[in-house]
Design a protein around this ligand. Sequence first.
Ligand code: NAP
Length: 311
Amino acid sequence: MRAVQIQQYGGTDTLKLENIVAPKINDDDILVLVKSASVNPVDWKIREGYLQTFIPYDMPLTLGWDVSGVVAEVGSKVTKFKVGDEVFSRPAINRNGSYAEYIAVKEDEAEFKSPKLNFSQAAALPLAGITAWQCLVDVADVKAGDRVLIHAGAGGVGHLAIQIAKAKGATVISTASKANQALLVELGTDQAVDYTAAPLSEQIQPVDIVIDTMGGDVQQQSWGLLKPDGILVSVVDQPDEEVAKAHYARGAFVFIDPSSRILRELNSLVENDELTPLIEHHFTLETVVEAHLQSQSGRTRGKIVIDVAES
Ligand SMILES: NC(=O)c1ccc[n+]([C@@H]2O[C@H](COP(=O)([O-])OP(=O)(O)OC[C@H]3O[C@@H](n4cnc5c(N)ncnc54)[C@H](OP(=O)(O)O)[C@@H]3O)[C@@H](O)[C@H]2O)c1
């Protein structure tokens, strides 16, 4: 099968389209014929070697940890799926990924694809959608009426977080550059904030929840925007407990776990027309280098999808 692999950590020149043997499945795996994969910043962070102390990989490594496709084979212990089922998944990050014609995925990391999503949309949803849900619902316990600040609302995690927070009845404030203000409003944001126009403290009234997708200086500025007892949930930098205490607030860090439970929650929102992944960038296995350069630009709107096979 065709797969985009790296033989060692490094720049985009390490990404090579190879012909390799299709993965063998374990008893609790399904083999998925990949229709689409999506690109997340973690893909190029892993390629560059930033996560190598955290997740030790054997080389060669197939990148890509979002997938949609059709079940091609089931392991002997699999009960939920059969050959031909349409599925999507954020598979385990310590195994070979989805920039390939086939991927082995654990049964409990996959879910049936909603018929409302095409394969590109289904591949765009798992990693960013599960992350947004874990931050907002599992950790911050968002409730109707909460004021929620979502940084980088035009990006992969942010554009889904806006829609999930709105579906939960929150008032959403979100940040983007001037060029993406209209997109924030289209996504349902109640107050779109141009972070280049003035300091955030001059533009944003106190909030109950901050979803921090930027870290660094953006996280530091965000503490002063929280109400007492508010919570800042970061997916980038571990919040400092002392700083949180000094602001009478709480901090939390989320690193996504694969979750078919949350995939089912996301499917429900999709079926209620409350959640639609936005895809502004389509690539193929032949053009993964350009897809990584797009992700690394930091200017991606919505999601980047690699269309592997015709739908
Ligand atoms: N811990 C986890 O489990 C986890 C899971 C998913 C993602 N992440 C991390 O979360 C981060 C975001 O991921 P992503 O997929 O959403 O990235 P992304 O799609 O690449 O984000 C791009 C967006 O960031 C916006 N942006 C850049 N600088 C900004 C700023 N100063 N303020 C507000 N918006 C800004 C851009 O909008 P403008 O062009 O308008 O500025 C662009 O739309 C990455 O570092 C990723 O690795 C972590």
